[in-house]
Design a protein around this ligand. Structure first.
Ligand code: F0G
Length: 938
């Protein structure tokens, strides 16, 4: 058996590996073993722990888990051997349930009910019905018009010669064109029926319902599966909904005679089959639709034919204190054509949905056309009857209880919002459907700011509440999705507990939330995430979280600049991550434990701007936005290396690499999005490993925005660094022998070409083998092209022995071998430099800095000693070559990709020329990403 091995959890292995990975990263991957009332239970160290459930089955759990009355009903139905697979028979229980639902809706209209197995199924039934009703009407109109066209044709054919025909067409042709036009109109509707829905809407995930679901990330990959075209509206657009509907006409044409002139008359219809609404958007952020907007819909419905679906799947069955939420809204009198229910309808125990269709528009064929194996089963219907009994007992006492408890919880949350205005922006909802929205936390430290933007903070908060308070809260599922690059995601918590929740239990939740809000207000990342990284805070610290100063506040963006660039980076090491994102964790966490956690989280984190800076040269200023991708070098190197050998790379290896490449693509897109029409982003640089992992930028869509790897200026700085080191050592280049290790590769051959004309002898060193030697020959030819006179001084070698007597050794290989070049094989006093990432220089050089000049590149010094004070940057007015090249190209207004893929000596010269023009110079040499140890060079 081909068993995926990476997880031991069967759910992760066999169901949803990526979701399981995310849940694992935030320690939400707990398994519940029992559930009752408002609690889920899990085992911790052999002990059962009760977790107060505020998720409530995404709203399905209004009756609490395993409500005894519902359980008893289920037992009874089973014990009585109730037939529940009796399709195409008279299904009394479903029939009576449908009848009861009628009585529970406001207004006098009657509804026929299609039962389904879930919510999306109910929405799907409505879409099909609404489409059918409109299509049948259009088809009838079309057929009538076709008959009229034909009749007109026949009636006047005999005197066609005397008539003026539009466009001067021949009589038969005129009829054919009208027919074709009318067929095309009908087909236009079939290919693009229009639904109106609200921004933020959620109506399910089947291919049809998905078209009405707003979140682009859910829809994007599946748009083509359904012909429905949804126009998403702001609630304020509903104030002009008639105008919007009028914008989707279907017009059939038919001829009429006026005297001797044939004129065209139109029969107008409309392509809008449905307006879908949730009175309170659930997944969309627990957002009530403004009353004014609903009033406008109610009013428009008195004037135009606008079939409406009120989706009560989440809000219905008592969740908001009434049987349906629209009963308490301006829509109450409007008798919508369609109402959908699900979730609590089956008591949370059985899977049940219902599409209620107003009797007067119900298509009787639909009842035969649209069926499902499990729908209308007696078990589900029986439990639902019982759920309705519970809801309606004592004149709806349970629903009144929901309203009262909901008010209590809402009031408690609102008072927290008042206490923590910097943390909580809004508390909203009705009954037991409540959302708490965070502020943007602009004043907070990066972890909190990014956590809000990207949505992961809600998950971390959920994890904290679960592990420290035994309270289960979730954010909308949307939070777990990959967002659109650079766009803010929702930052809310959803509270949808069971109706049985007591005030004391509400207080417990409020206390837990108060603790969380205080931690956030105090900027204390380590208390919030401690439990995830083996640094669990004690209760006293949790209740009194130390206030942590914001070390990296958001930088104000300026508006006095001339050009924009983006630069994509990644954290070089875990300590940088801690310094930047979680400074309160410094010295509190085991670095390897932290790294393990971060590597797990990384695939769920989005690129984000960590720093914005302004660099001026010759009076021209470029805004540089530095965008961090989350991956550490280790996982990136591993992914590259595994995939570099096609025969051993597994599907998982490729997936991992592609995921990283996609994230870098997102960072590039993000950089583009930072630009505007006035000042677009004209160049995006790929820093450090981001160019390696994207195959030197080849995997990046540079049709979106030009990119560069920065390799050209980096190579230029390398050559300048060698010359500088030689000068320091009193060596004259023209008397030196230079060896280039890895000369068969692109960077190696370019470095060789740049050195060829300047040294006494040049050795091109590569691997053995026909292919490598052929490429070494090409490199030699490139050197000769640069320096024709040097031809006789350039030799090719396939062993490392050839470095032994070189005064200058420079290395640029794609090998990850970190000890390729060590002090044992190079000449004492040699200048050794390395352009490979990761470096091929042996760590043994560190103890021999007096014996060699050994460096792995050079920094540039920014014009006028300007500083870029960003994590991972060297400081001291220095900048990496790749960053500097991006800035140079931005300053120069370069508008095409530059160093993407293989670079040329010409590009290196261009970069050096731009640098000279803009006042960039060689800065300190660097070793291991740091300025060369002071003193070692003199
Ligand atoms: N309509 C609404 C208003 C919903 O909230 C949902 C589901 C559906 C339709 C689809 O129902 O999942 O049974 O197919 N909402 C859940 C939520 C998923 O998280 O709010 P389904």
């Amino acid at each position: 058996m081909n068993e995926p091995m990476q997880h031991t959890d069967p759910y992760a292995t066999w169901c949803r590996p990526k979701l399981a990975d995310l849940l694992g990263a935030v320690a939400l991957d707990v398994e519940y073993t029992r559930a009752s009332g408002a609690y889920l239970y899990r085992e911790v160290a052999g002990q059962e722990v009760a977790v107060l459930d505020m998720v409530g089955g995404f709203g399905a759990g209004l009756f609490g888990h395993n409500h005894p009355v519902l359980k008893a009903a289920m037992h009874r139905l089973l014990d009585a051997d109730t037939p529940f697979l009796a399709q195409c028979a008279s299904r009394g229980s479903a029939g009576r349930l449908a009848q009861r639902l009628n009585a529970l809706l406001p207004g006098d209209a009657s509804y026929l009910t299609h039962f389904t197995n879930d919510g999306a199924g109910a929405v799907e039934a409505v879409l099909k019905h609404a489409y059918k009703v409109r299509f049948d009407a259009l088809r009838r109109t079309f057929e009538q018009v076709s008959r009229d066209v034909e009749a007109f044709h026949n009636a006047h054919e005999s005197r066609a010669d005397e008539l003026q025909i539009p466009g001067g067409l021949e009589w038969g042709r005129f009829r054919d064109e009208l027919d074709e036009y009318n067929i095309a109109e009908l087909e236009r509707f079939q290919h693009r029926p229009v639904v109106l829905a609200l921004k933020g809407a959620f109506h399910g995930k089947t291919t049809g319902a998905l078209k009405l679901t707003f979140n682009k990330a859910y829809r994007e990959g599946f748009e083509g599966l359904s012909a429905i075209h949804t126009q998403f509206l702001d609630p304020s657009d509903l104030l002009r909904v008639e105008e919007i509907v009028a914008g989707h006409p279907i017009r059939f044409r038919l001829p009429v005679l006026c005297g001797r002139t044939v004129e065209i008359e139109e029969r107008s219809a409309n392509a809008v089959i449905l307006l879908a609404l949730e009175v309170i958007q659930g997944e969309g952020g627990m957002r009530p639709v403004p009353e004014e907007a609903l009033r406008a819909v109610a009013s428009a419905r008195t004037r135009i034919d606008l079939p409406c679906l009120i989706d009560e799947i989440q809000t219905g069955c008592g969740r908001t204190g009434s049987f349906v939420a629209f009963a308490d809204s301006p829509l109450t009198g409007t008798e919508p054509e369609y109402v959908t229910l699900s979730k609590a309808l089956g008591g949370g125990l059985v899977k049940l949905g219902a599409a209620l269709i107003r009797e007067d528009i119900y298509d009787h064929d639909f009842g035969i056309l649209h069926t499902s194996t499990f729908a209308e089963d007696e078990l589900s219907s029986g439990v639902a009857h019982c759920a309705l009994d519970l809801l309606t007992a004592n004149d709806g006492a349970m629903m009144r209880g929901v309203a009262v408890t909901g008010d209590y919880l809402l009031r408690g949350l609102r008072s927290l919002a008042t206490r923590f205005p910097g943390v909580v922006r809004d508390v909203r909802g009705r009954g037991l459907m409540i959302g708490v929205e965070f502020t943007d936390l602009h004043e907070a430290s990066p972890f909190f700011r990014f956590g809000i933007r990207q949505g992961f903070l809600s998950l971390v908060v959920a994890s904290y509440l679960l592990h420290h308070h035994q309270v289960r809260i979730l954010a909308p599922l949307t939070t777990l999705l990959k967002g659109n690059p650079g766009k803010k995601r929702q930052a809310i918590l959803r509270l949808q507990p069971a109706a049985v929740i007591s005030r004391a239990e509400c207080d417990r939740v409020l206390a837990g939330l108060a603790e969380v809000f205080e931690i956030i207000a105090h900027n204390n990342e380590s208390v919030l995430v401690g439990h995830l990284v083996g640094a669990t805070p004690d209760a006293a610290t949790r209740r009194n979280p130390p206030i942590i100063a914001v070390e990296r506040p958001m930088r104000a963006r300026r508006d006095d600049f001339d050009a924009r660039i983006g630069f994509v980076l990644h954290p070089a090491q875990p300590s940088q991550l801690i310094d930047y994102y979680l400074p309160s964790m410094r010295d509190r966490v085991d670095p390897s434990r932290f790294t393990e956690w971060w590597n797990r989280m990384a695939r769920f984190l989005e690129p984000d701007v960590v720093h914005t800076d302004y660099i001026t040269a010759n009076g021209f200023t470029v805004e540089a936005s530095i965008i961090a991708t989350p991956f550490l070098p280790g996982p990136m190197m591993e992914a590259c290396q595994r995939c570099s050998n096609r025969s051993v790379a597994s599907r998982d290896d490729w997936r991992r690499l592609e995921e990283m490449q996609d994230k870098i693509q997102d960072a590039v897109t993000f950089a583009r999005e930072l630009g505007d029409d006035h000042i677009p982003t004209t160049m995006v640089g790929l820093g450090a490993f981001t160019s390696i992992i994207t195959d030197q930028g080849r995997s990046i869509n540079d049709f979106e925005v030009p990119i560069t790897t920065g390799n050209a200026y980096t190579a230029g700085l390398m050559v300048e660094g060698i010359a500088h080191a030689a000068e320091l050592r009193g060596l004259r280049l023209e008397e030196c022998t230079a060896a280039v290790v890895g000369a068969a590769g692109n960077i190696g051959s370019v470095l060789a070409a740049m050195l060829a004309g300047r040294v006494a002898a040049l050795r091109l060193i590569g691997r053995e083998g026909v292919d490598s030697v052929r490429r070494l020959e090409l490199a030699r030819a490139a050197c000769i092209a640069e320096a024709p006179n040097a031809a006789g001084r350039i030799t090719i070698h396939t062993t490392l022995d050839a470095v032994g007597d070189a005064d200058i050794v420079t290395v640029a290989t794609s090998s990850a071998e970190s000890r390729l070049i060590g002090p044992d094989i190079v000449k004492l006093g040699a200048i050794v430099s390395c352009a490979s990432v990761p470096s091929n220089l042996s760590g043994a050089f560190h103890d021999r800095l007096d014996d060699f000049v050994v460096f792995d590149g050079g920094f540039a010094r920014l014009p006028g000693g300007q500083e870029v004070d960003c994590v991972g940057f060297p400081g001291g007015g220095l900048a990496f070559g790749c960053f500097s090249e991006t800035v140079l190209l931005g300053l120069a207004g370069h508008d095409r990709s530059f160093a993407r893929g293989a670079i040329t000596p010409g590009q290196v010269r261009t970069a050096l020329r731009l640098a000279a023009e803009q006042g960039f110079v060689l800065g300190e040499l660097k070793l291991d990403g740091q300025p060369y140890p002071t003193g070692a060079l003199t």
